[in-house]
Design a protein around this ligand. Structure first.
Ligand code: KG4
Ligand code: ZN
Length: 341
């Protein structure tokens, strides 16, 4: 007899729900639905929390209903409801958590609160449940940049994180400087393909003796380059060269730090997750670097790299397997600034 989890994710600008079946640690995906709000924020340079929350309110019911329908499951057949409680935007998190509480109240099903970053962290296990440990996980998203040591599904240790901007945030800000739409990652990496001149932007904290990152300085270096040399961002050549140079610098740092951590902790696998892991150049460079130190590289498929509810259901199932006892709706609290735990 397998249990089923319905999961809900609304931490930023994707309204998402998924259903998984799980049995003794084995997890099977039954549905994974996402309604993205990217179009809403395309020309605004980033997410507007109030507008994101309103869109979640409009989308959450149809998204949850579709997740149940696609899984050919009724709410009655669900064992637990998992919901993202942080980190994320407070108004967005509230929509998902209040909705989950309402469902729990009406159905009597217990809840599993899930840390969004744990969702990204464990997403490498979705397609690769037997990946070799210890692993080093680089989590690179719009809001976070972490290097985490995974010794087991129970034992994780944060080795380093960004001291200012996240990697994805730097892509988004550079795109904005160049008049390119949000989210910046896909458009910056596309523009970079035609880049020829490398401006050699700084590689912040590349040689620091820790696993922390800093991307604010790199972003400012891009800004000063455009301003001081009076570059016209209307020129597609300028945009291509800036994107190419920025991407080279950002990726150099991400790869170098991850590989250094993998060597130090004798990692058998390197996992990359979060939206920036969708970047082709990062994937290629990490693949080559991992090969040199004889570590395997696991990158979840694109739709599991960016925000989704399947990773939340997966993390909830791992939590249960590790002994977590589901809680009542009265005990659910969001925490927009929680770390990984
Ligand atoms: O994980 P995610 O969907 O949302 C957060 O939890 O933040 O990540 C979104 C971030 C955005 O900053 C976006 O610009 C970045 O991932 N991103 C990329 C690429 N695709 C998405 N960054 C670099 N290259 C890409 N191809
Ligand atoms: Zn995320």
């Amino acid at each position: 007899m397998s249990n089923k989890i319905l999961s809900i994710e609304t931490s930023c600008d994707e309204t998402a729900a998924a259903v998984v079946a799980f049995n003794r640690g084995k997890i099977k995906s039954l549905s994974n639905i996402i309604a993205s709000q990217a179009a809403l924020f395309k020309n605004l340079g980033g997410v507007v929390p109030e507008a994101a929350a309103r869109a979640h309110v409009r989308k959450i019911l149809p998204v949850v209903r579709k997740a149940l329908n696609d899984a050919k499951t009724r709410l009655n057949d669900i064992s637990y409801i998992a919901v993202t409680v942080g980190p994320g935007l407070s108004p967005s998190l509230l929509v998902g958590s209040e909705f989950a509480k309402g469902l729990s109240y009406a159905s009597g099903k217990k809840l599993i609160p899930v840390n969004h970053m744990l969702g990204h962290l464990y997403s490498g296990f979705i397609a690769n449940p037997n990946l070799k440990l210890p692993a080093i996980n680089l989590i690179v998203s719009g809001g976070h940049t972490y290097i985490v040591l995974i010794e087991s599904r129970k034992k994780i240790k944060v080795l380093g994180q960004t001291v200012d901007d996240a990697a994805g945030e730097a892509f988004d800000k550079v795109a904005k400087m160049l008049g390119l739409p949000y989210p910046g990652g896909p458009v910056v990496s596309k523009a970079a393909i035609a880049g020829k001149t490398d401006y050699n932007f700084p590689r912040p904290m590349l040689h620091a003796k820790n696993f922390n990152f800093s991307f604010a300085g790199l972003k400012t270096a891009v800004l000063y380059k455009i301003r001081d040399e009076k570059l016209s961002v209307k020129s597609s050549k300028v945009r291509a060269d800036i994107c190419y140079s920025f991407q080279n610098a950002a990726i150099d740092v991400l790869v170098k730090k991850t590989i250094t951590a993998a060597q130090k902790y004798k990692a058998k696998t390197i996992i990359m997750s979060g939206g920036v892991a969708a970047n082709k150049m990062l994937r290629n460079k990490m693949k080559n670097a991992a090969k040199k130190i004889r570590a395997g590289l696991v990158v979840p498929e694109f739709s599991l790299c960016t925000d989704n509810a399947l990773m939340i259901a997966n993390a909830a199932a791992i939590k249960l397997h590790n002994g977590f006892k589901p809680i009542t709706y009265k005990k659910i609290r969001i925490n927009p600034v929680m770390g990984i735990k």
